[in-house]
Design a protein around this ligand. Structure first.
Ligand SMILES: Cc1cc2nc3c(=O)[nH]c(=O)nc-3n(C[C@H](O)[C@H](O)[C@H](O)COP(=O)(O)OP(=O)(O)OC[C@H]3O[C@@H](n4cnc5c(N)ncnc54)[C@H](O)[C@@H]3O)c2cc1C
Length: 452
């Protein structure tokens, strides 16, 4: 019976990038007939060069391969355990890169293309999809450069304010690494109905000298450039902080760093010259983003500059800031925990368009969407992805844990994981903590896979 259903109901996957390729592989391996729709080469993007599936558009690295001490390495491990096409192809075309997983990009994409095209359950259709169909099972994995026509169709369904075309990512700091003998919790003018709201922001004060030195560092820092074709319409309402600083040394003090309505309980007599505010980034309260600090400074420069902020001298960053052309949904409000569009549940989204960031994270969301859609077609929903796995931490974040109002793309990091009880906090306890997270994740992920 299941077999007959799988033979008759096709799964349509739109986009043959990291997520769509992985989703197609996972579903096809479960016995579901997949139609993979890819617009290249008919419609091009400014970043893709080839017509292959699984093309890496920029760097050739899948980042750290350390599955004990690194969250992305853990994601590799989980994907390998789930027979990931992206990971097996990466292993085949691995290049020496220390602890990182770097690959020879063209043979890597050729392997993915060849494996999908020769799979008996995969049919390929080279066409642009421009609508969200009412019928059939669909996964949209169209990535950060989703075509214009499809973007318009998605906005029609979700509302214009629920699909962004640029990200504006402020750096995110692990709460435990902030020096609370310097910083304090307070909302401006103590606004808010509840105590929690009145203490919603974390404040880092600056003296005049500290502010001037900070502005000098911002102005001098190395910046990244936009890729060709990436800039259209970017500056509306999300200026990088260094550009604000270029407009005048006082601009930030009258913008995101204004010191008004705040009293430092550590030094109540002293009026701060400027204040950097951080806001909770996840329901767990383990991550804080620096408000208004979207930036195009290079990563190395960001760490040096942001550690000049009093209270953040020893901060560790779950992610650094950036601004890119990036089409992504407000997933916390739009998607259910099976990655279905709540308003049209025959449609799933996967990959970067769901608000994860990076090759690996995108592929991992493809892996989940492919398995979920296949299970649905075969008449069985998958059990909920365990939250303590890396996949679970990510999907939980984008479909519920993240603050919907300020939602920005997220890469996998240990700040998304629920704490393990009884372990030492802070820098000293980090190694044991990360090992505990990864051990726990491997165990729950293996259990989840074995139940399928
Ligand atoms: C310029 C740039 C540089 C980047 N650099 C990096 C990096 O160095 N490292 C990193 O980890 N991540 C990087 N990223 C992010 C990267 O794009 C993602 O990590 C990853 O490729 C996303 O995978 P995906 O499958 O979601 O999207 P993609 O890999 O982009 O795949 C989406 C696919 O959908 C197709 N498509 C789009 N619209 C339609 C349509 N309407 N119909 C049919 N097909 C369609 C596209 O042609 C594409 O093949 C970069 C992104 C950009 C834009």
């Amino acid at each position: 019976m299941d077999y007959i259903r799988a033979m008759t109901e096709k799964l349509h996957i739109v986009g043959g990038g990291m997520a769509g390729s992985e989703a197609a592989w996972q579903a096809a391996e479960k016995g579901v007939h997949v139609v993979l729709h890819e617009m290249r080469p008919k419609v091009k993007t400014f970043a893709h060069r080839t017509e292959m599936f699984g093309e890496m558009v920029c760097s050739n690295s899948f980042r750290s391969d350390d599955d004990e001490q690194n969250a992305v390495g853990l994601l590799h491990w989980e994907m390998r355990a789930a027979d990931s096409l992206i990971m097996t192809s990466a292993n085949t075309h691995r290049l020496p890169a220390g602890g990182a997983l770097a690959v020879d990009r063209d043979p890597f994409a050729e392997t993915i293309t060849q494996k999908l095209k020769s799979h008996p359950n995969v049919e390929v259709s080279y066409e642009e999809v421009t609508e969200l169909p009412d019928q059939g099972q669909w996964i949209f994995a169209t990535g950060p450069l989703t075509s214009e026509a499809l973007g318009a169709a998605i906005q029609k369904e979700t509302g214009a304010d629920r699909l962004a075309f640029f990200d504006a990512i402020a750096p995110i700091v692990y709460a435990e690494s902030i020096d609370m003998s310097v910083a304090w919790m307070q909302s401006r003018y103590d606004k808010g109905e509840t105590e929690e709201e009145r203490k919603a922001y974390l404040n880092c004060p600056m003296t005049k000298d500290q502010y001037e030195a900070f502005i000098d560092a911002l102005l001098a820092a190395d910046k990244t450039e936009f890729h060709d074709g990436e800039t259209a319409g970017y500056f509306d309402g999300c200026l990088p902080i260094e550009v604000m600083a270029e407009r005048g040394r006082e601009t930030l003090r009258h913008g995101p760093m204004k010191p008004v309505g705040l009293t430092n309980p550590h030094k109540p007599e002293e009026k701060a010259y400027a204040v950097v505010q951080l806001r909770r980034d996840n329901a767990l309260g383990t991550l804080f983003n620096i408000v208004g600090f979207q930036t195009k400074m290079k990563y190395g420069a960001q760490t040096a500059v942001f550690k000049m902020i009093p209270g953040l001298e020893d901060a560790f960053f779950a992610r650094l800031g950036g601004i890119h052309r990036n089409t992504f949904l407000n997933s916390p409000t739009l998607l259910d925990d099976q990655m279905r569009l709540k308003s049209k549940p025959n449609i799933r989204f996967a990959g970067q368009v769901t608000g994860v960031e990076g090759y690996v994270e995108s592929a991992s969301m493809g892996l989940l969407a492919g398995r979920m859609a296949a299970a649905e077609i075969l008449g069985a929903e998958l059990p909920v992805v365990p939250q303590d796995s890396a996949h679970g931490a990510l999907i939980h974040h984008i479909t519920g844990g993240a603050e919907a109002k300020t939602f920005q793309p997220m890469n996998v990091n240990f700040g998304l994981f629920r704490p393990v009880d009884g372990l030492k906090g802070g820098r000293r306890g980090r190694k044991d903590r990360y090992k505990a997270y990864t051990d726990r994740a491997k165990s729950v992920w293996s259990e989840w896979l074995s139940g399928q």
